[in-house]
Design a protein around this ligand. Structure first.
Ligand code: BTN
Length: 262
């Protein structure tokens, strides 16, 4: 088995994200390995990282393109002291951490598209999948995929108009270990804050990166399509959509922007 390049990140500090790091060259999905580890009692902060995934998955049953050696594919086992009803905000909290990690290397570039996408210049560069594990205590498998050093040539043709990477947008390769370390640090900080005082104080930070606020969008919640102007998010992370004289709270769905500015 090749050496784990991420081994230095957590320094084994209990309770910290990265306290244990399981690194794989190729697996199906980091979500599945993390689930197995969580069921075996792995502690909060345990991280699974794969160089490539043969069955990487995204939200809404989509596939997640996970080629070898260029991107970050990670699942973090979280056992946060929060109410089960607050689990939905963990994806947004992770979005803020991700945007901050990107901001440090590409100032002004990161954007967040509700609920869980990292955008760079109008294209998707990363995504977050928060999966609640049934049973007690509360356990969430937080999957994060980021296109880091992926080139346009390596990208499947059908993704080229809608996806991008840090390398494509900055022209500079990025050290994935340093990037993951920064991401985990920010995540630790914001999860700590969420446990302590909820999402309320983090929501304005999320808004700062929002690519949707003020924009005309269509939201599909799986059953119905709603059109309107995005007003922002509320204290519980719901999208606020103004249209037809009222403001609707959307708690889940897929958002399409009417016009994408690049
Ligand atoms: C999305 O935008 O739809 C969420 C994408 C999440 C992808 C990550 S990659 C690491 C983890 N393992 C998976 O199979 N999916 C998540």
């Amino acid at each position: 088995m090749a050496a784990n390049p991420y081994r230095a990140i957590g320094h084994g500090k209990p309770g910290k994200i990265g306290c244990r790091i399981h690194h794989y060259e190729e697996i199906g999905s980091t979500q599945d390995i993390a689930q197995q580890l969580a069921l075996e009692g792995a502690p909060h902060g345990t991280v699974v990282i794969a160089e490539s995934q043969t069955a990487g998955r995204g939200r809404l049953g989509r596939d997640w393109f996970s080629p070898p050696g260029v991107n970050l594919h990670t699942t973090i086992i979280l056992k946060p002291a929060i109410a089960p009803g607050a689990v939905a905000v963990l994806g947004l909290v992770a979005g803020v951490a991700l945007a901050e990690a990107v901001q440090a290397i590409a100032p002004g570039l990161p954007g967040l598209k509700w609920p869980n996408d990292l955008w760079l210049r109008g294209k998707k560069a990363g995504g977050i999948l928060a999966q609640l594990l049934a049973g007690a205590p509360l356990c969430v498998l937080l999957g994060i995929g980021v296109n880091v050093n992926l080139t346009l040539q390596q990208m499947p043709e059908e993704l080229r108009d809608i996806a991008t990477s840090l390398l494509v947008e900055t022209g500079e390769p990025c050290d994935r270990v340093q990037f993951a370390a920064a991401l985990f640090e920010h995540l630790d900080k914001w999860i700590g804050q969420t446990q302590h005082s909820g999402f309320g104080a983090i929501a304005p930070l999320w808004e700062r990166y929002s690519v949707l606020t003020g924009k005309q969008v269509t939201v599909f919640d799986g059953l119905v399509r709603y059109t309107g102007t995005v007003k922002g998010i509320d204290q519980n992370g719901a999208l606020l959509l103004a249209g037809g004289g009222n403001v609707r709270r959307v708690v889940a769905g897929d958002v399409t922007l009417e016009r994408i500015e690049r």
